[in-house]
Design a protein around this ligand. Structure first.
Ligand SMILES: *Cc1c(COP(=O)(O)O)cnc(C)c1O
Length: 376
């Protein structure tokens, strides 16, 4: 049996090596390292995959979120609603732009923000909502969009973990996660569901004006060289990364399926254990399992479980150990320990198991047996 890893990028690469190597070599041969034709091709490929009008690539997922917020023309102190239980990037860019992050609880079972929780956090200064489609499934976008319209708020979807997930609307039509709000943002960090071989990110929108502005902001605030109309940033996807991503995009549905199959297998074998809860799936979204995250519901010493698994050479990870409002950098007098009990509890309950595109049944059987040998 192969050594078990949280993600197996090497095994994934081995299957597409000739194509990828050739694509990288082509970029080097033409030396079109910055904004080569492959960047445009990949943007078009991704737009087609997502059925979205505009895809604008950039340097990473955090930049995508920052550029999206910059495009909304918000003013200092304007409030942006974010979930308390998420990766730090989401709140970081809000604070950097001198906007005010307003954190909200999440649903204890799906780990996602909900329309009801958002509505409670809305004030006259609220301007935008950033739902994060955590671990691979879309938040309930129909309900979130209804709240946003009612209060005239922008919606920026953080799709860094859910690229490829499908959201099924009330009318039964399905849309890709990230294409429902005003702007969708994603990351091509190597371990993400569509990962490149370095850093990368993208924004998507169906709004022509926003697309033009986003393009400008990501390129030093210029549409025409040396004519800087707005303050921008320098955020580009490397040509080499774009070339790799076009190849990997063709595999994305297969990658999502492999992750989902692995998750189904875990579900089948772990559902019977009374001391943990398998990931709950949204009714209106497919799940692409960026993470397969268990919730330890009976008092279980998580560290002891982690150590037990590690003694069997089974890695596991805690995403995330500290809620946003208790992070040193984001502490404010507005929030105290105990203010977000659901998120705080989740931080001590969650444990993510290895899930990736190259999982073998034999590995999963070994992991499942390892968990059961900790406690029946
Ligand atoms: C990975 C991630 C990001 C940031 O992406 P980078 O490319 O690493 O900057 C943002 N939000 C979420 C939820 C993420 O998982």
């Amino acid at each position: 049996m192969m050594k078990i890893q949280m993600v197996d990028l090497k095994g994934q690469y081995a299957k597409i090596k000739p194509e990828v190597d050739q694509a990288i070599q082509n970029v080097i041969d033409t030396t079109a390292f910055i904004n080569g034709p492959q960047v445009k091709t990949f943007s078009a490929d991704l737009a087609e995959y997502l059925s979205v009008k505009h895809v604008i690539t950039c340097a990473n997922g955090t930049d995508a979120l920052q550029i999206a917020l910059m495009a909304l023309g918000l003013e200092q102190g304007d409030e942006v609603i974010v979930p308390c239980f998420t990766y730090v990037a989401t709140v970081e860019v809000i604070a950097l732009l001198k906007l005010k992050p307003v954190v909200t609880e999440v649903d204890p079972d799906t780990f996602n923000i909900t329309a009801e929780l958002i509505e409670k956090a809305i004030t006259p200064r609220t301007k935008a909502i950033v739902p994060v489609h955590l671990f691979g499934q879309s938040a309930d976008m129909a309900a979130i969009m209804a709240i946003a319209r009612k209060h005239k708020l922008y919606v920026i979807e953080d799709t860094a973990q859910a690229l490829g997930a499908e959201y099924v609307g009330i009318d039964g039509s399905s849309k890709k996660a990230g294409t429902i709000g005003d702007i969708g943002c994603t990351s091509f960090f190597p371990s993400k569901n569509l990962g490149c071989y370095g850093d990368g990110g993208a924004l998507y929108t169906n709004n022509d004006e926003l697309a033009t502005l986003i393009r400008k902001i990501a390129n030093h605030g210029q549409a025409k060289k040396y004519h800087h109309e707005v303050i921008g940033v320098n955020s580009r996807l490397d040509t080499i990364q774009a070339a790799i991503l076009s190849i990997k995009l063709r595999q994305l549905d297969q990658y999502c399926k492999a992750r989902r199959d692995a998750a189904d297998y875990y579900d089948q074998h772990l559902a019977g254990l009374s001391w943990l809860q398998i990931p709950k799936r949204h009714q209106n979204s497919t799940h692409v399992f960026h993470q397969y995250t268990l919730k330890l519901v009976d008092p279980v010493d998580r560290n002891a479980l982690k150590d037990h698994l590690l003694s069997l050479e089974i890695p596991s990870m805690v995403y995330y150990p500290i809620p946003l409002h208790l992070q040193e950098a984001f502490k404010t007098p507005d929030y105290n320990e105990g203010d977000f009990p659901v998120s705080e509890r989740l931080c001590s309950q969650v444990l993510s198991l290895p899930v990736h595109t190259e999982m073998e049944t034999e590995q999963q059987d070994y992991i499942i047996a390892g968990i059961k040998s900790f406690r029946k």
